[in-house]
Design a protein around this ligand. Structure first.
Ligand code: ADP
Ligand code: MG
Length: 694
């Protein structure tokens, strides 16, 4: 349980004075729901409101703070005109204050004629004079302290002003308890890092923009804390899985041999090497926890199957979990015919399977009649009980987020866990996502795969493209046509895909199909089936997921508005047409205007098929400004840490976490207690609860 002295930080915003329901909703748009979220809402820049002596010195377009004398008021002649107040400084230079939609009484009160005032706001040169519209501050000269000299600028949303956030942050600080230090004192000293409380305060009260830079001491301190919380929770998950004794699994190879002899191909060296690493884990007395990395089409499925069969040979059950129903079905379609032929039983279990059929599966599973269960996360709901589950494969595809899912593996009593991912992950992303997990990499594609001919062209050339497609279709090839789906405007995108479908249907008739996320599962499967058996030649699809299916005759991938996709996504999409042994084409269509970065990204796709290079380039192009692991890639979301600037901090946090867990695995020493607070601050409650309770 979270310690009570942290409660005020985790209560809702209505606990702050001046925040009602309306502001609660608005702040939610900024991702601010709790008091602590305000403190994490770090300013991104500063306004320098330090006093300038004279109008002659002001810079156009910038914030300036000036002492002026009010000369006269010019009320508007019509409601469209502004209210103007003429002023001058000591040197007699003119400044006009401009107000729209304001009552003259208000202005008369705050700017009486002949009085001196200090005004602060953005100043612009207009026609022949300087003007300031709607000053941010109007105060008496003796009240100049009311204007912050350096004012932090926060990310805002409609209806929320900077002053409002600033005020709330100020209140939030009153709820911030003094935290015990959790850093190693030597490390803290070596980098001259301030304390947690000091650092947080400093970031909200910068003395200049340099205080907010990624390498400022305050920012580094908090970035390190965030990374340490991340590494510590990953290390806790891992150590607790690894410390448990597992089963020693060493099958006699009978099922594996039968399967291998039925395959039309030989395993690649990479597949064999990876399998021997996995078999070794399985044979050891500790639980396996391994990540299997392999680019799209590198043949992970067969590796997963052989891993599971090793357990089945020893009389245990195995399960494989895919991220979507369609991918689960695809695994089932690949695996079922192979293993049923050798007398084993497998079933597909997804959320859609209900009633009698589901009960039968659950009964068979409990009775040990099912050897391999395939499904989505529905495999791990409470009523699914295995007779003896010894091996769990988690197919992550292009999604990350392993440590929530590792919890699921508790279904099996100390079952081995193999996580498969098709996403080549740069080292930093690997560490923050998986921590110190053992991994195997299939670093070679099956022989005979030809490179995909990738072309980048503007949408305006779509007519030429369609002419070329006719030729492809006539020669029996099949085509994916992917339309982008942006979450915010699902409707609009769906309409665009439907529209594309209609245009293509007019040209190619009944051989065109459409599949999208809003369809019922049954409808979707039906369309996919028709694409697989060649009835549909050209498949228009709205999402990446829908094209996760293996169709070897599909040789053309067209991505409309490719500039809207992430590189990793494009790489996955292209991988879909790489499975056959015929040369494949990938056409990336882009719309205007195309930004420089977008152009570069598409060009990377043209130049290389190496998923690793693509991932690294992607990270580079997104630049330091982008926080590591965006939602799109499904990686960890960081508030303060940013790569590559904080790469060193990450590596240190990784080592630190490892050391902490080795000397104090239950976090009970004084430093351990402080570290628990760190975990709570960064909302790792689940980890504390699961691994550190008691
Ligand atoms: P992924 O790693 O993307 O999951 P799959 O396991 O789906 O890849 O394999 C892609 C295709 O390659 C499948 O059709 C599979 O049968 C085939 N394949 C797998 N291993 C080999 C191999 N060693 N030689 C030739 N083809 C292979
Ligand atoms: Mg696969």
């Amino acid at each position: 349980m979270r310690p009570s002295f942290l409660y005020p930080l985790f209560s809702g915003l209505s606990s702050l004075s001046g925040v009602g329901e309306k502001y609660e909703r608005l702040l939610e748009n900024l991702g601010i729901c709790k008091v602590i979220d305000l403190l994490w809402h770090i300013p991104y820049s500063v306004n320098d409101r330090r006093y300038v002596a004279a109008i002659k010195q002001v810079k156009s377009g910038e914030i300036n703070t000036l002492k002026i004398r009010v000369l006269r008021h010019i009320p508007p002649k019509s409601s469209k005109q502004p209210y103007q107040v003429y002023c001058e400084d000591e040197a007699g230079d003119r400044l006009v204050l401009v107000f729209f939609k304001i009552y003259s009484e208000t202005i008369n009160k705050s700017l009486p004629i002949n009085d001196l005032r200090i005004v602060s706001g953005r100043v612009e040169y207009f026609k022949d004079h300087w003007q300031m519209s709607h000053p941010d501050y109007i105060v008496l000269p003796e009240e100049i302290w009311k204007i912050p000299e350096i004012e932090p600028i926060y990310g805002l949303t409609a209806g929320i002003t900077n002053k409002f956030i600033y005020r709330l942050v100020h209140i939030a600080f009153t709820k911030m308890p003094l935290m015990m230090e959790w850093l190693d004192p030597n490390y803290q000293k070596s980098l001259a890092l301030p304390s947690f409380n000091e650092a947080l305060y400093k970031l909200h009260h910068p003395k200049g923009i340099e205080d907010l830079a990624p390498l400022s001491r305050a920012r580094m301190r908090l970035a390190y804390d965030e990374l340490l919380a991340n590494q510590l929770s990953l290390a806790l998950v891992r150590e607790n899985i690894k410390r448990q004794k597992g089963r020693k699994i060493k099958g006699d190879g009978c099922f594996r041999r039968q399967i291998l002899s039925r395959l039309s191909f030989k395993l690649t060296h990479a597949q064999q090497k990876v399998l021997s690493e996995i078999y070794e884990d399985q044979a050891s007395e500790y639980r396996m926890l391994r990540l299997l990395q392999g680019d799209v089409g590198s043949g992970k499925t067969i590796v997963a199957l052989l891993t599971m069969l090793n357990a089945v040979e020893c009389g245990f059950q195995a399960a494989i979990m895919a991220p979507t129903e369609i991918l689960a079905k695809q695994h089932y379609d690949t695996i079922a015919p192979l293993i049923e032929e050798i007398g084993l039983k497998t079933e597909l279990l997804t959320g859609k399977i209900k009633g009698k059929h589901r009960r039968e599966i659950l009964d068979d599973l409990k009775a040990g009649k099912i050897n391999i269960l395939i499904g989505t996360h529905a495999l791990f709901v409470e009523d699914v009980v295995f007779a003896d589950l010894a091996c769990v494969i988690i197919d992550e595809q292009h999604r990350f987020g392993v440590h929530q899912r590792l919890g699921f593996s508790d279904k099996g009593n100390c079952a081995d866990v193999l996580v498969m991912t098709a996403t080549p992950i740069p080292r930093t992303l690997f560490l923050t996502t998986y921590g110190d997990m053992e991994y195997s990499k299939i670093d070679e594609l099956p022989i005979g795969r030809k490179p995909v001919d990738t072309r980048v062209m503007p949408l305006t050339k779509i007519k030429d493209l369609i002419v070329a497609l006719r030729h492809k279709i006539e020669s029996g090839e099949q085509i994916y046509w992917v339309c982008p789906l942006v979450e915010e405007s699902e409707k609009v995108d769906l309409a665009a895909a439907k529209n594309r479908f209609e245009i293509l249907s007019d040209i190619f008739g009944k051989t065109v199909g459409l599949v999208h996320g809003k369809m019922k599962e049954k409808e979707k499967n039906e369309i996919m089936e028709r694409f697989k058996n060649g009835e549909i030649k050209l498949l228009v699809a709205t999402t990446v997921i829908e094209v996760g299916v293996n169709v070897p005759q599909a040789t053309v991938m067209i991505v409309e508005h490719a500039e809207r996709f992430g590189l990793a996504q494009l790489h996955q999409l292209r991988g879909r047409v790489k499975r056959g042994f015929r040369p494949a084409i990938c056409v990336l269509l882009y719309g205007y205007p195309l930004s420089d970065t977008a152009y570069k990204r598409l060009n990377i796709m043209r130049k290389t098929e190496d998923g690793f290079i693509i991932a690294e380039e992607d990270l580079k192009l997104r630049g330091g400004g982008e926080i590591l692991g965006t939602k799109q890639s499904g990686g960890e979301q960081f508030l303060l840490a940013q790569m590559p600037e904080h790469e060193d901090l990450l590596f240190t946090a990784y080592k630190d976490a490892k050391m902490i867990i080795s000397v104090d695995p239950t976090l009970s020493s004084p430093r351990g207690q402080a570290l628990r607070n760190l975990l709570y601050l960064f909302e790792r409650d689940q980890v504390v609860k699961t691994y550190l309770s008691g």
